[in-house]
Design a protein around this ligand. Structure first.
Ligand code: GLN
Length: 448
């Protein structure tokens, strides 16, 4: 058994546990959906490194239905921006069923893009031009999220088109109330086609992993949408993705999610994974019974709840010491008068706001008098985001400006500091390739 089998094993256990669950019924208002296999059950997970895990019916195609909504919303946000999209589709939980008439009384604006009314407008907002027809754009975008060419189940499309009067009625109602720049009635057919796009649970896991991965498909490396757009979509999924059960879902499962009436259910662990389940028997809210149970159990078992994400204490700062407490590699102890005390702080891993705060606090702890020279060792740091770069630059600059020698061992040049020979005057932090050189400079033994 391979080591990574442990992940598959966790999925396998859930699959076995919920296979006996036969509650719920198939969606019947789209006649073709009533023909799907009620016992199909698949679970798929894709990590941010593109590692794929699946159990059961993960390669069985089914139509996206409402699972398409967050991805078309992502396309609209990419093309028009959040403010423009929000003018026409709000981002408030409706607390109502997916097919409710969730429209603001005065403006006719739908509550959010996860319910049908909002999804129809979202689709309508996608530009329709001769060189790039609206549906081609939608299908192209869904395919890039999946990392392969998806297609349409023409029978399901025809079935919904023949029976979709409620959605057409919604489109007419919206058109009657709002000064929309687009025609939702004309777009409702495109909406039916997007709902009939066919994918597998593994495809859905890839699509969801792309959202969780800041818009970059972890299988293909394709930048499908920007990081901010991916975050906006995940947010609306978290607050509205499960319709009138969204609050309870966020409370208990704690993951942005979206369900569809064909039995698909997706959930994203931001910066962690994309999850998808397929099982067509639905509860009264139109959500897969087994999918809901399996994702709930998985979240609890693996500690995935968004709000329950304790930052690992002590994992950023690995050392607070003074230079004379540290072994100097290769060099014999020097028989010189005690040198000035040089504080040394070492950090590791990826530095963001939280990690940068820890490093700055440690720098203060390491310099009880507040005047000692200091070395910050970033040799084991694997990344520094924009916020952390500004924070560290500011904190180190403050120490240096107060007159203390301030050196950073920064071979990857995360902070892009001048070297010891730079033309900058004193009072500026300096960058070095190794900790030893940084310490030597602080003690006056090194160049500079
Ligand atoms: N095509 C379906 C509809 O518009 C999608 C609904 C859903 O999956 N919840 O009614």
């Amino acid at each position: 058994m391979s080591a990574a089998e442990a992940v598959t094993e966790a999925l396998r256990e859930l699959h076995a546990r919920f296979v006996p669950l036969r509650e719920g019924s198939l969606a019947e208002y789209i006649p073709q959906l009533a023909r799907s296999d009620p016992d199909a059950f698949g679970l798929a997970l894709i990590s941010m490194d593109g590692h794929c895990y699946g159990v059961g019916d993960t390669r069985a195609p089914f139509t996206l239905q409402s699972v398409s909504k967050p991805f078309v919303y992502a396309l609209a946000l990419s093309l028009l921006g959040l403010d423009e999209v929000c003018r026409w589709v709000n981002a408030e939980p409706s607390g109502e069923a997916y097919n409710a008439v969730s429209l603001e009384p005065d403006t006719g604006r739908p509550d959010n893009a996860m319910v049908n009314a909002g999804a129809i407008i979202t689709t309508a907002l996608i530009p329709d031009t001769p060189d790039a027809p609206r549906f081609d754009r939608v299908l192209g975008c869904l395919s890039r999220f999946a990392g392969r060419e998806l297609d349409v189940d023409e029978q399901v499309y025809a079935s919904e088109a023949a029976t979709g009067d409620r959605n057409r009625a919604l489109a007419y109602l919206i058109r009657s109330t709002g000064p929309l720049p687009v025609d939702p009635v004309a777009a409702v057919d495109t909406y039916f086609r997007q709902c009939a796009v066919r994918a597998t649970a593994m495809d859905l896991a890839a699509m969801t992993a792309t959202l969780a991965h800041g818009g970059v498909n972890p299988l293909t490396g394709d930048v499908v949408v920007s990081g901010p757009v991916a975050a906006q979509v995940l947010t609306v999924m978290a607050t509205c993705g499960m319709y009138d059960a969204s609050g309870d879902w966020l409370l208990r499962v704690g993951l942005p999610a979206k369900s569809g009436v064909s039995g698909g259910l997706i959930a994203a662990g931001p910066a962690r994974f994309g999850l998808a389940t397929y099982s067509p028997r639905l509860d009264s809210t139109g959500t897969s019974v087994r999918g809901r149970a399996a994702l709930g159990a998985l979240s609890e078992r693996l500690g995935l709840h968004l709000m329950h994400n304790p930052a690992l204490a002590g994992s950023t700062v690995t050392l607070i010491a003074t230079a004379d407490e540290l072994p100097t590699a290769g060099a014999a102890p020097r028989a010189r008068a005690p040198r000035e005390r040089v504080a040394v702080v070492a950090a590791q891993g990826a530095l963001d706001f939280t990690a940068a705060e820890r490093v700055l606090y440690a720098l203060d702890e390491a310099r009880p008098r507040g005047t000692e020279p200091v070395v910050l060792d970033l040799v084991e740091v694997t990344g520094v985001d924009r916020v952390a770069r500004v924070m560290l630059g500011g904190g180190l600059g403050r120490i240096a400006a107060a007159g203390a020698r301030t050196a950073v061992a920064d071979p990857s040049r995360w902070l892009d500091l001048p070297g010891p020979g730079g033309r900058e005057g004193p009072g500026v932090p300096r960058g070095f390739a190794t900790r030893a050189r940084a310490v030597a400079w602080c003690t006056g033994d090194g160049p500079g």
